[in-house]
Design a protein. Sequence first.
Length: 234
Amino acid sequence: MFSRFCKKAALIVVFALCLCSVLTGCSQSMADVTGQSAEVLSQYGSTGSEVRQIQTKLKNWGYYTGEVDGIFGSKTLSAVRSFQQKNGLAVDGIVGPKTLAAMGISSSSSSSSSTSSNDLNLLARAVYSEARGEPYVGQVAVAAVVLNRVDHPSFPNTIAGVIYQPGAFTAVSDGQINLTPNESAYNAARAALNGWDPTNGCIYYYNPKTATSAWIRTLPISMTIGNHVFSKGK
């Protein structure tokens, strides 16, 4: 009698283990299909600190007009889609790794090294799109202006914030920011990140031959490098 009971108990345990294995396998299969098991993406209905960061960025750049409340509602969704469309990203309204990187936000699973890599890539894209015809020192100078703005109280305090500030750079307005940088642009970005500033603290630059802003032409000129003039502002 006791032997039969033990056999039944053993069969129940084996069945339970098999069922658990099947369910786990199904769950893994579904995760593989959706591709979203490794991380929870900010999307419509999400809440939390990452959503608040997203709203803050989009509000600073003029895409979002609602309250920074950490709730991913319809206004946040519309702002995210506008940002994605403007910057050549998949317009799905979901803030995945690429959209986070473009915003300069590191996800909870990202390391500081990946954030540094995102900054380097974005800065190199800015250098290439704004100054690819300039001498190398002029490319470094453009990167330095971006970094000087990050440190300046009148501008956003991240590289992405400075570059994507509405109206700040022609390359963002015309979409050239999405071009693939060359080695020179990467080297110039690295040089600036390592502390080289040929402009000695300038926060503005423009090409006198092509600039259409009357205001920027009123700024005192600190120096000329290549086709660009640089200024520390008024």
